[in-house]
Design a protein around this ligand. Structure first.
Ligand SMILES: Cc1ncc(COP(=O)(O)O)c(C=O)c1O
Length: 366
């Protein structure tokens, strides 16, 4: 095996035991006498796959029975717009917490149709922290407050729900299923699959009864209703299969969720994620050679970001790391530096290898 330790921010590492199942299922899936990519999305065999994916996600996240789970296409980026269209498309008010690029992108899309106010922004502080309770206010007439639970690029993460009584909408793309979340406190959660749930091309969307109702109200205010592909109500009625879904992506997602259940579920993986991130932050705090980006209270357990005290050493670090079998450690192009993404499928052995390499690098270059 010559696979590297993979710290990619997404698409990201998947469990090897899942990858091993994909070859055989691509040739012959169950008793269908065809590969998983070659059967109809209307077949009984695929029906069972999507139902199992939804059941597993509901169990793993504790999603209430009256919430709907959709598996759509278009990525989280489409949800920036689609969520605003369905929930405030009639020009209503919505507040946002801006914790970095992905929040900013969500704000930009929502502004096309909603009365958007940024209740708090970390921009001036270089997006090193998420807001603390009491650090912002939400308008009385805001239909919801939108936040990004984990900032993939800057390496910050909320460690408690935003302190407000307002309805919540959240982008969980980079930490879904990495730790327990109070789903019932949210009206809408969305997440691209390509970090913790599976391959790119599938987006999980979790909707409360209020969100569905709101979508119907907004739809009724549009002559002819909302465009079909952007209508949560229609997608729910057709069980995510108004048109042809990403059948292979949903199959892989179902297998990843089965793997996660085998690991003991979200509580068990949360302990492991805490341990992995703890090992890396301990090394970053040990020496002034490293300069972690996020403030300690806002540190992400999924994406750990840092600089080297001498920035000229960063390209050397990345080059040597790749040669040592530690891949995809380059920070996002917008911020530079180093980023290690430690999603669910990244093992403790990978973090140990990274920390060992860092100690050696510092001893040679420090
Ligand atoms: C937190 C967050 N939101 C949204 C996105 C955009 O996702 P997509 O590429 O699925 O549109 C990303 C991508 O990395 C992300 O990390």
């Amino acid at each position: 095996m010559s696979r590297s330790h993979n710290f990619s921010a997404g698409p990201a590492a998947l469990p090897v035991s899942v990858l091993e199942q994909l070859g055989p299922a691509s040739i012959e899936f169950g008793d269908t006498r065809a590969g998983i990519m070659e059967i109809s999305h209307r077949s009984k065999a695929f029906d069972a796959v999507i139902a199992s994916a939804q059941d597993r996600l509901r169990r793993l996240m504790g999603i209430p029975d009256d919430y709907v789970i959709l598996l759509l296409q278009g990525g989280a980026s489409l949800q920036f717009w689609m969520s605003a269209l369905n929930l405030v498309g009639d020009g209503g008010a919505v507040d946002f917490l801006d914790t970095g690029t992905w929040s900013s992108n969500a704000i930009k899309e929502a502004r096309r149709i909603a009365d958007v106010r940024v209740a708090w922004s970390g921009k001036e502080g270089g997006y090193r922290a998420v807001p603390h309770a009491g650090g912002y206010t939400v308008r009385d007439n805001a239909r919801y407050l939108h936040y990004t639970s984990n900032n993939t690029i800057y390496g910050t993460q909320f460690h408690a729900l935003p302190a407000t009584d307002t309805r919540l909408v959240a982008d969980l793309s980079s930490d879904i299923c990495s730790r327990p979340v109070d789903v019932a406190r949210h009206e809408l959660i969305y997440a691209g699959a390509q970090k913790n749930l599976g391959p790119s091309g599938v987006t999980a969307v979790i909707l409360s009864p209020w969100a569905l109702e709101q979508s119907a109200v907004v739809g009724a205010s549009h002559p002819g209703g909302l465009p079909s592909m952007l209508d949560y109500g229609l997608m729910a009625k057709k069980d995510s299969m108004f048109n042809t879904p990403n059948t292979f992506g949903i199959f892989v997602l179902e297998r990843v969720l089965a793997w996660l259940e085998d690991q003991g579920g979200v509580h068990a993986i949360a302990h492991l994620n805490e341990r992995k991130a703890g090992m890396l932050y301990e090394e970053l705090d040990r020496s002034a050679f490293w300069q972690p980006h996020a403030e300690p209270m806002s540190r992400s357990q999924m994406n750990v970001t840092w600089r080297i005290h001498d920035p000229a050493l960063e390209s050397v670090f990345l080059h040597e790391a790749t040669a040592a079998g530690l891949m995809a450690l380059k920070g996002h192009r917008s911020v530079g530096g180093i980023r290690a993404s430690l999603y669910n499928a990244v093992g403790c052995d990978s973090v140990e290898a990274l920390v060992g390499f860092m100690k050696d690098f510092e001893s040679r270059k420090g």
